[in-house]
Design a protein around this ligand. Structure first.
Ligand SMILES: [Zn+2]
Length: 118
């Protein structure tokens, strides 16, 4: 055991807690953008002076919201894997993902070797 690298199961890290914290953070960011829980997006004043600037800002906000939603999907999927008992295993090679990597990216699906190939 002392020579074995810790895995998600043995590291003594509460990954459920990490994932739920990450989930809450992403939801808060989405809500700041006005996209929380399937909301209709930002409410720009239609009389706002420069409509091309509004369009650009709206596009930027929607792009960011899309990224946040994708990250949230990844976190949801990781929470599901935790429930299924497959959390912490690389989806490509099946080996345990390194604990430092999981601590940095709790929703990681791939080990560092496979992630580098994508
Ligand atoms: Zn792998």
């Amino acid at each position: 055991m002392p020579n074995e690298a810790p895995t998600a199961a043995t590291a003594g890290v509460d990954f459920a807690e990490l994932l739920h914290t990450e989930q809450a953070r992403l939801q808060a960011e989405l809500s700041e953008l006005g996209f929380a829980d399937g909301g209709g997006g930002l409410n720009y004043d239609s009389n706002f002076a420069d409509s091309s600037q509004v369009t650009a800002e709206r596009g930027e906000a929607e792009r960011l919201a899309q990224e946040l939603r994708e990250a949230l999907d990844e976190v949801d999927a990781a929470i599901q894997r935790l429930a299924d008992g497959t959390y912490g295993n690389c989806e490509v090679c099946g080996k345990p993902i390194g604990v430092p990597r999981l601590e940095a990216m709790p929703a990681a699906r791939l080990c560092i070797v496979d992630a580098a190939k994508h």
